[in-house]
Each structure stands twice: as C-alpha cells, then as structure tokens.
Ligand binder design. Structure first.
Ligand code: SAM
Length: 274
C-alpha cells in the first residue's frame, strides 16, 4: 500500500479546495489516501507525486473528474429532512397555483447526489397533481460528480434504500425488478422524465442555468465548504432564484452573519426578498 505523506496530503487538499471548495482537514488524510489509492491502481501509477503531477496537468483534465468523484461524500436518502418536502407541498405549490403562472414550477436540486432528493421532490409534486389537479413542473438536478449523476439518471435503487418512502408512494412510483432476488427497484418513467441532470460545480464562476428557479435545494454540501466559499456559493445561487423564491439548506448548515437578501422562514428555509 502506498502512503500519502503529510506534504502530499497538503498539496492535494489545497488543489481539491481550489477545484471544488471542499475543505479537507488533516483528519481526512487516511480517507483521501484510501480513495486515491484506487485511482493510482487504475492508472498504474506508483506514487502520489506522479498522480498529483498528472491530475494537475492539462492532460489530466479527465482524471480530475474521477479524482473529485472519489473525494466527494455522497450520503443521501429519500425524504431526508422531510420538513422541506412538506414546505414544498403546503406552501410552494399552493402559492404557485394561485399565481396562475403560464410557465412550469421550477425546482433545482443543486447537489443532487444519487437522485433521492430530486425524486422525492418529484413524488411530492406528482402527489399534489393527484390530490388537487394539474401542475406543470420541472426539476433540474446537478452535482459535481458524474458517477452519482449516472446513478441518479438511471433511477435504480436497492430495496434497503427506499424504507423512508411511504408505502403508498412506493407502490405508485417504484417498479420492482423482474428478478426479486436482485432486490432492486426503479423510479417510474413518469418521474424520471421530469428530472433533467447536468454536471455542475458550485465553484464555477457563474452557474449556467438558463431559467430562473422557484426553489433551490442546496442541502448537505455547504458543510464541506469554508465560510467564505459558502457565502460565494449562496450569493450565486440566489441570482438564479426569482424574487420571493425559496432556498433550502441542510439542517446542520447555517447562513449566520452572511448578510444576504434572504428572509429566514424556518431554521433551514429562506425566502429571497428582492
Ligand atoms: C452529502 S451529498 C448531499 C446530497 C443531497 N443534497 C442531500 O441532502 O441528501 C453532497 C453532494 O454534494 C456534491 N458536491 C460536493 N462538492 C460539490 C461542488 N463543488 N459542486 C457541486 N456538487 C458538489 C457531492 O458530489 C455530493 O453528491
């Protein structure tokens, strides 16, 4: 096993920070060593120095995507932090219906991981259609990792991953694999069609989103950034939000002392004021 020396770790962590804003503290050295080890093996390289030289070079652009894939933490769940989905159902949708808007309701899951967040949103919106009547909606789902984006677009999950989905929604929106031994389910095409996926780095100078959003979910990703990066990310996200639109962040995240044009409605729910 190849060891990641402290000085190499420092160089990698500075590079990761510059590329995707993730702040790797020294306690993450063993984790990074284990994850990058796999990349060294895949590329038949024998030292972290050689790998660093490659991944920071022009020819290493493709490898950079793999490196960032292996650094990011992708933990997610269906109906994670359920109050946000209740808020979408009970506040966002009724307001949108009342506005008699001619366009569709737009929701952006800006660090979507393997898709549980956008599909939960789609299930909740689809349910309001069954309960109240037609609603046009579109969900944009983005993440820095192409690995998770592929899984999300595929929409296939192990059965042990779906326990937080209410039984009636499981029956409506998930299809069981023909081979029960596999223990897999797939999100129904109706919902998969409603979500479009795109690779996007929240560190990008500006976000290439063509449409103004009604709601932006930016949950459980800010936690990996330092305060300065968080403020920059949120400032750019708000530019993609309509006045009066909503920003939802993770329960362990905060916008304390950021002085942004946002009104706090609940601990992790904000409304754009201008
Ligand atoms: C812990 S998951 C959160 C998933 C989901 N939002 C939730 O709350 O369950 C964090 C996600 O952020 C993504 N991520 C990390 N840095 C990013 C960046 N700079 N730009 C976009 N996505 C990033 C990771 O790839 C990962 O999928």
């Amino acid at each position: 096993m190849i060891k990641l020396a402290a000085e190499d770790f420092q160089r990698f962590s500075a590079f990761v920070y510059e590329q995707c804003g993730i702040n790797l503290t020294p306690s993450k050295r063993i984790m990074l060593e284990a994850r990058l080890q796999k990349r060294l093996i895949a590329l038949n390289m024998s030292s972290f120095k050689e790998y660093y030289k490659h991944v920071t070079s022009l020819q290493g652009k493709e490898e950079l995507v793999h490196m960032l894939d292996s650094v990011a933490t992708n933990k997610t769940d269906f109906f994670r932090e359920p109050r946000h989905f209740e808020f979408i159902k009970n506040t966002v949708v009724p307001e949108f219906r009342q506005s008699n808007s001619q366009r569709s309701l737009r929701i952006w899951s800006s660090a979507c991981s393997t898709g549980e967040e956008p599909y939960t949103t789609a299930m909740v919106l689809q349910e309001t259609i069954d309960e109240v009547g037609p609603l046009d909606y579109e969900i944009l789902a983005t993440d820095i990792s192409i690995k998770v984006l592929k899984e999300a677009a595929n929409g296939v999950y192990r059965e042990d991953r779906i326990t937080d989905i209410p039984e009636n929604l499981r029956r409506k929106y998930l299809l069981r694999s023909k081979d029960p031994q596999k223990g897999l389910v797939r999100v129904v095409p109706l919902l998969r069609k409603k979500v479009s996926y795109q690779r996007m780095n929240l560190m990008d100078r500006e976000y290439k989103i063509n449409t103004i959003q009604d709601v932006i979910l930016c949950r459980n990703v800010l936690i990996y950034f330092d305060k300065q990066t968080q403020q920059r990310v949120i400032t750019k996200l708000i530019q993609c939000l309509k006045p009066g639109g909503y920003l939802l962040i993770g329960h362990s995240e905060s916008l304390f002392e950021m002085h942004l044009p946002l009104k706090q409605l609940m601990p992790t729910t904000f409304q754009k004021t201008v």
